[in-house]
Design a protein around this ligand. Structure first.
Ligand code: ARG
Length: 562
């Protein structure tokens, strides 16, 4: 049962939807007050009454039942105590029944959500700046699928533009096939960097000419371009594998080459296109924005032109319910402009386009900079974190088997979790030590908690102690807190999807792990009397299942032993 949902349907506030009441219901920090509480401040204005009075009046309208044991009004809060034995039976039975599916639903069935994320640039570094879009997008992809939507992961590759002309020019000048094959993306990137350092007017002109050759279908230029592209993709795919990231489409900017002219024609036909200093623009002054550039004076298309074509193509191809763009907040204006232009074109689905903006990630030990040579490659951050995890594991548990595999799971998890734990819009500073702190608000803390739960369960199995995973009992205070958190997982997943905030799931994992550890240290599990023991083992198993699901949604694995 979803307790918030259940309680919400017992509360009637004029003009307020049940959904909103459910989302306002909170778990008070002090459970002596209640298990769930509804703050009534929000309703004061609409009802023209004080929150205190509203809470009192509402309390009178709600009759306790087998789920809700007690209702009271305290200082503008409507407090609920639930029947603890019922809560326990309910939550444990559901987790036992649903297992790896616990927290999922089919509420999104029939709806498609396109998620444009990671969207790397061909031949350019895959750097720490791409971490958030990659793991946020990956988490949203899994969360939407878990809720029954069809998620379509799209890598809108940056594979269009004059930089490819530069690259070809540089390769022809200084490159050599074996060297580039061997060096892969790093060699390709080095050529590009060198071009930018050394280029003069003549070289720039040559680069423009090579770009024109790519555009006009010249075989040699296109072969070279495809080669650079395949080297880049082979490289990033290895990193995606480590991060458990996948895409359904790699239709990048270049894919829209032949799809832009119809959009430009449509803009013209709808009277939206204006000439300005030889360029074609859509004037957005009335909306307080600079104009959206559609064609440069030389007729070349722009980033925005390709995004317009891409949005229209995606709507046609996937008929999305929502189309998310997981892109840094630096591009706020770009997406506002693109969405506005689509709206002006008369597409009512423009309202379903969402820019999921996020903040910057920098490294504690070396500010991130895209200036030449100072780039922090994401691969290096991951590898370094895995190495550090390996050292810590060696120290903490020298006898651990599969240390390399565990270090990979722990190290990768730490990088991913580091980017997902805070609300996405915040700028964050990544610190290896903090990310790998076993006692911090970290993935390794959650993983360690899982390993602890798994070890209790395997000890029980080794001792031949059988238990019913849906065993019921009357929970004490620690157990009740833990059960409430476990029961709140499905709602947490739903809210994470609604707000595009995987951090809700990350926080839930840490909070739940803390509650489990409190339970673990305060209550004997294996030494308890038989029926209490069975109940506690069931609770331990349920915690392991729910935490595994939670970390799984973030793309983080759970080692059996640590
Ligand atoms: N490649 C772009 C960049 O690195 C991000 C693309 C985001 N997606 C989009 N549809 N514009 O800035």
């Amino acid at each position: 049962m979803d307790y918030k949902q259940y309680i919400a349907q017992k509360i009637n506030v004029e003009g307020v939807a049940q959904e909103e009441i459910a989302s306002l219901l909170a778990v008070p920090p002090d459970s002596a007050m209640g298990d769930f509480a509804l703050p009534c401040f929000r309703f004061a204005k609409a009802l023209r009454k004080s929150p205190v009075i509203i809470a009192q009046e509402l309390a009178k309208t709600i009759a306790p039942d087998e789920v809700v044991a007690e209702v009271s009004a305290v200082n503008g809060y409507l407090n609920f105590k639930v029947n603890k034995a019922g809560l326990a039976a309910d939550v444990l039975a559901r987790i036992a029944r649903e297992g790896a599916k616990y927290g999922s639903s089919d509420e999104g069935s029939g709806k498609t959500v396109c998620i444009d994320y990671s969207s790397v640039n061909i031949a350019k570094p895959f750097h720490i700046g791409h971490l958030s879009t990659t793991v946020l997008g990956g988490a949203l992809y899994r969360i939407f699928n878990f809720l029954g939507y069809r998620a379509v992961g799209i890598n809108h590759l940056g594979d269009y533009g004059t930089q490819f002309g530069k690259l070809i020019s540089a390769y022809k000048r200084w490159g050599n096939r074996e060297e580039v094959e061997r060096g892969g993306i790093h060699a390709v990137n080095a050529l590009y960097v060198r071009f930018n350092e050394e280029a003069d007017e003549a070289m720039e002109a040559e680069a423009r000419e090579y770009f024109r050759l790519i555009e006009s279908g010249d075989k040699e230029a296109n072969d070279l371009f495809e080669w650079f592209k395949s080297l880049t993709l082979a490289y990033v795919e290895k990193i995606y594998d480590r991060l458990h990231i996948r895409f359904d489409s790699y239709a990048g900017e270049r894919f829209y080459t032949d799809k832009m002219a119809p959009v430009v024609a449509e803009l013209k036909e709808k009277g939206l296109l204006k000439e300005s200093n030889g360029a074609q623009i859509v004037d957005l002054e009335a909306y307080g924005m600079p104009p959206c550039l559609i064609l440069r004076s030389d007729g070349a298309s722009l980033y925005a032109t390709r995004d317009l074509a891409a949005a229209i193509y995606r709507k046609k191809t996937y008929d999305f319910y929502k189309c998310l763009y997981v892109v840094a907040y630096q591009q706020n204006l770009h997406f506002k402009q693109v969405f506005k232009v689509l709206e002006l074109m008369g597409y009512d689905w423009a309202k379903d386009l969402v820019h999921v903006a996020y903040g910057m990630v920098s490294l504690e030990d070396g500010a991130m900079s895209t200036r030449k040579g100072k780039v922090v490659w994401l691969e290096d951050v991951i590898s370094r974190c895995v190495e550090k995890a390996r050292v810590i594991l060696e120290e903490k548990n020298p006898a651990l088997e599969n240390k390399d595999a565990v270090a990979e799971t722990v190290g990768v998890g730490a990088v991913v979790f580091g980017a997902l734990y805070n609300s996405k819009i915040k700028d964050i500073t990544f610190s290896y030590d903090k990310a790998l702190n076993f006692d911090g608000e970290t993935s390794v803390y959650v993983q360690y908690t899982c390993a602890r739960a798994a070890s209790v369960l395997s000890k029980a199995a080794a001792d031949g102690i059988a238990f019913d995973e849906a065993a019921s009992g009357t929970p004490n205070a620690q157990e009740a807190e833990l059960l409430k958190a476990l029961g709140d997982f499905p709602a947490t997943v739903r809210e994470a999807a609604e707000k595009y905030e995987p951090s809700f799931v990350a926080r839930w994992c840490v909070d739940t792990a803390k509650l489990f550890n409190k339970f673990y240290f305060d209550c004997k599990i294996l030494q308890a009397e038989e029926d209490v023991r069975a109940f506690r083992l069931a609770l331990t198993k349920a915690t392991l299942t729910a935490l595994t699901n939670g970390l799984g949604l973030l793309g983080i694995g759970v080692p059996e032993k640590m």
